[in-house]
Structure formats: C-alpha cells, structure tokens
Design a protein around this ligand. Structure first.
Ligand code: HEM
Ligand SMILES: *[C@@H]1O[C@H](CO)[C@@H](O)[C@H](O)[C@H]1NC(C)=O
Ligand SMILES: *[C@@H]1O[C@H](CO)[C@@H](O)[C@H](O)[C@H]1NC(C)=O
Ligand SMILES: *[C@@H]1O[C@H](CO)[C@@H](O)[C@H](O)[C@H]1NC(C)=O
Ligand SMILES: *[C@@H]1O[C@H](CO)[C@@H](O)[C@H](O)[C@H]1NC(C)=O
Ligand SMILES: *[C@@H]1O[C@H](CO)[C@@H](O)[C@H](O)[C@H]1NC(C)=O
Ligand SMILES: *[C@@H]1O[C@H](CO)[C@@H](O)[C@H](O)[C@H]1NC(C)=O
Ligand SMILES: *[C@@H]1O[C@H](CO)[C@@H](O)[C@H](O)[C@H]1NC(C)=O
Ligand SMILES: CC(=O)N[C@H]1CO[C@H](CO)[C@@H](O)[C@@H]1O
Length: 328
C-alpha cells in the first residue's frame, strides 16, 4: 500500500513539474538565481504605472512587437546590430510609435544591481507588460520565465512580420498562423486596442482618398470618419495628434472595443476586418455575449501563447547586460 502511495506521489510530482514547464520556460525560473526578480519588477510597475497609465498600453504593444519578430527575445530593444547595418527593429515604421524603452532600462538597472547578468531583457518585457496591465485593472496571465535575449534585430523583418493596420483578414491570418496563433487569438489579442492611442498615418487613408477617388472607407461609419477628419487628422500625415482607439474608454480594459467594431467604428482596417469574416465575427459576438471575466480569461490564454513565441532558452542567445546592446 505504501509503495502504491509513493508511486502516486512520484507521478503527481512529475505531472506538476511538467505542468510548470512550458515551451522550455518555467514559472519562477529565477526563484533560486534571483529570488526577488519578479517582485522588483512588479514593485517598480506598481509604483510608476499609476502615474503614467498610458505606458501600460505601450508596454503590451512592445511585448507584441518583440514576440512577432525573432520570438520574445528583446530584439526590439537593440539600438545596433552589425548584421543589419544598424537597421534594427526600432527603426522600422511599426516601431516608430513604440515608447517605453527607458522604462525597461530602469527596471534592468535595478535587476543588475540585485543580481548581475541573471535576468533577461526579454523576461523583463514580458513581466512588466503583464504587471502594468494588471495594475491598471486589466486581465492577468501567466508569465513563465527563462527567455534569453537575442543577438540580432533587423528592421526589414519587423516590417514584414508585424501586422500592419492596413492588412486584410487574409494577411492578418497568415501573420498570426505563422506565429502559431489562430483566428480566435487574433480576435482576442486585437482586444488590447481597448486601451491606448494611435497616430493619424495609421488610419488616415480611410478618411482621405481611400480608393483614389477622394473617398472614405465605406466600412468605416461615415459620421465617425467625418469627425476624425475635421477634428483630429486634419491632414493625412499629421504625426503629432493622437487619437483614442476606444474613445472615452481608452484607459479601461473592457469589451467596448468589440462593441465599437459592430458599430463600424474600429479605427484600423485591421480592426474592421474582424467583422467581415464569419469566423472572426462569431468570436466577436461570443465575447460580447459573455462577461468581462470571460474576456479576461480568454485574453489570458492567448497572451500565454503569445509570450512563448520562438523563445530562446538554455544556452541560446545571452543575458544582455544593457538591453540596448548585445554583450561584447
Ligand atoms: C492584429 C494586428 C494588429 C495591428 C495591425 C495593430 C496595429 C496597431 C497600430 C497601427 C497601432 C497604433 C500605432 C500608432 O499609430 O501610434 C496600435 C496600437 C496599439 N496596439 Fe496594436 N495592432 C495589432 C495587434 C495588437 C496586439 C496583439 C496587441 C497586444 C496584445 C496590441 C496592442 C496595442 C496597444 C496597447 C496599442 C496602443 C499603444 C499606445 O497607446 O501607445 N495590438 N496597434
Ligand atoms: C538606445 O536608443 C535609445 C533611443 O531609442 C536611447 O535613449 C538610448 O540611450 C540608446 N542606448 C544606447 C546604449 O545606445
Ligand atoms: C534582414 O531581413 C531581411 C528579410 O528577412 C533579409 O532579406 C536580410 O538579409 C536581413 N538582413 C541582414 C543583414 O541579415
Ligand atoms: C552602427 O552603430 C555603431 C555604434 O554607433 C557604429 O560604430 C557603426 O559604424 C554603425 N554601423 C553602420 C553600418 O552604420
Ligand atoms: C489582401 O491583401 C493582399 C495584399 O495587399 C492582396 O494581395 C489580397 O488580394 C487581399 N485579399 C483580399 C481578400 O482582399
Ligand atoms: C514564418 O515566416 C517566415 C518568413 O517570414 C518563415 O521563415 C517561417 O518558416 C514561418 N514560420 C511558420 C511557423 O510558418
Ligand atoms: C487621390 O488618389 C489619386 C490616385 O492615387 C490621385 O491621383 C489624387 O491626386 C488623389 N487625390 C488627393 C486629393 O489626394
Ligand atoms: C512628422 O512629420 C514631420 C512633418 O511632416 C516630419 O518632419 C517628421 O520627421 C515626422 N516625424 C516622424 C517621426 O515621422
Ligand atoms: C524609440 C525609437 O527608437 N524610435 C526610433 C524609431 O525610428 C525612428 C526613425 O528611424 C528613430 O528616429 C526613432 O529614434
């Protein structure tokens, strides 16, 4: 009988070890090498994000852009890499509006002071993005750790692989499937547009000369389009005016992004595309019929897939000392 129980305990032990190891990552990877690491990040976020809540949006977007190019390996933070003639991801158009690099650098300095050379920049982005959404009242998700930092960053890869606001459902699907994410993940992760802002060039083609006949995008509510054109993006290339993607609710992580989609008020063509495919439309309707808690838990599952894309573990990559440069 005792043998039976110890066998059971061993099996359970294996199951729980397997359960905490995900794609080579592990919950609490730093628990012995740098036990305070996750707390240092969370404390820094809790201390600073309430005074600068718009950073939460920029950090989750940084996390998304990082994971979509060469995996979640902090390649987005690099200022130079010889392989790409210094045309790093940061320089690519989609990154020109990503901010928050100094926020990550300050967290990195705290961690280097606590335990030098242990905590990767890639894990800092993943944890800080999650913690900053949580502190603003949004969903939480699991962030297993142990990501290592990449050695390369290439602007043309960012341009090719990061979805563009002009992409149609076919291209969006391809770019997501290429990262092992499905149509449901596309709908859920686009829900992050419930917070944050955009600049006019990301959508002004929908307001001006959409098909070359001085027209608007017919799939955008015309009253909303008129308003955006006359009050916000008074010139198509205005790159200073900022526009809320979820007007009136841009600081609250809620379902209103999806309600706006059905009112034909999704800001980007990529948002609006989600209502014109029967599969994605079904997911949008299901989310709207469910509770906020349901959205949060579904969003968490998609984030847990996203934060494992192409991760480098073990001995690949390195632990960067300065997040902006590879170690020399
Ligand atoms: C589905 C494909 C996606 C496209 C085409 C897209 C495109 C964009 C664009 C063009 C902007 C505005 C940039 C600007 O004009 O300043 C933006 C902002 C944003 N995106 Fe996405 N995005 C996508 C998916 C995602 C995902 C997966 C996330 C995170 C999980 C995300 C989170 C955000 C956030 C939070 C902002 C606001 C940033 C801020 O306020 O600084 N997006 N996105
Ligand atoms: C990297 O570039 C950022 C601007 O994107 C700058 O603030 C930072 O000082 C640079 N860091 C290094 C080490 O060059
Ligand atoms: C950057 O990526 C592009 C597209 O994949 C590739 O053609 C190019 O050779 C890369 N540049 C370098 C320097 O590796
Ligand atoms: C890349 O940046 C480094 C550091 O600023 C500089 O020494 C090098 O000349 C640059 N390389 C190219 C190809 O621009
Ligand atoms: C989607 O966009 C691509 C590239 O712009 C284009 O080749 C394709 O025809 C478009 N597909 C649909 C269904 O509009
Ligand atoms: C994703 O696209 C890249 C080229 O952009 C390709 O090399 C890679 O094999 C694709 N990955 C998957 C999982 O399809
Ligand atoms: C609209 O686009 C067409 C075709 O690209 C161009 O000929 C025309 O000058 C544009 N009109 C305006 C007002 O920009
Ligand atoms: C914004 O627009 C101004 C004027 O068109 C231009 O000089 C500037 O380089 C633009 N900035 C960015 C970041 O594109
Ligand atoms: C934050 C950041 O590094 N942004 C860069 C994006 O690309 C532009 C154009 O090359 C740079 O000027 C910015 O510094």
């Amino acid at each position: 009988m005792r043998g039976f129980w110890s066998f059971g305990i061993i099996v359970l032990g294996f199951i729980s070890i397997l359960g905490s190891v995900q794609g080579g990552l592990q919950i609490g990877f730093y628990s012995s090498s740098c036990p305070k690491a996750e707390k240092i990040i969370k404390d820094y976020v809790n201390q600073h994000i309430p005074n600068a809540p718009s950073l939460a949006a920029t950090l989750i977007r940084m996390h998304f852009h990082d994971c979509f190019v060469r995996g979640c390996d902090a390649s987005i933070l690099l200022n130079f890499t010889s392989a790409s003639g210094n045309q790093t991801e940061k320089v690519a158009i989609p990154n020109q509006t990503v901010r928050g690099f100094d926020f990550i650098d300050r967290i990195k300095s705290l961690l280097e002071a606590e335990c030098p050379g242990i905590v990767s920049c890639a894990d800092i982005i993943s944890l800080a993005a999650r913690d900053s959404i949580v502190v603003t009242g949004g969903p939480s998700w699991k962030v297993p750790t142990g990501r290592r930092d990449g050695l390369l960053s290439n602007a043309s890869e960012a341009l090719a692989q990061i979805p563009a606001p002009f992409d149609n459902i076919t291209i969006l699907t391809q770019k997501f499937v290429n990262k092992s994410l499905n149509l449901k993940d596309l709908v859920l992760l686009s829900g992050a547009h419930t917070i944050g802002i955009a600049h006019c060039p990301s959508f002004s083609n929908r307001l001006y000369n959409f098909t070359g006949r001085g027209d608007q995008d017919p799939s955008l509510d015309s009253e909303y389009a008129d308003n955006l054109r006359s009050r916000k993006c008074t010139t198509p290339n205005d790159n200073t005016t900022i526009v809320e993607m979820d007007p009136g609710s841009r600081k609250t992580f809620d379902l209103s992004y999806y309600s706006l989609l059905l009112k034909r008020r999704g800001l980007f063509e990529s948002d609006s595309a989600l209502t014109r495919n029967s599969n994605t439309l079904t997911f949008v309707n299901q989310l709207l019929q469910g509770s906020l808690q349901n959205f949060f838990s579904e969003f968490a599952l998609s984030m847990e897939k996203m934060n494992q894309i192409g991760v480098k573990t073990g001995t690949t990559g390195e632990i960067r000392r300065n997040c902006a440069v590879v170690n020399s």
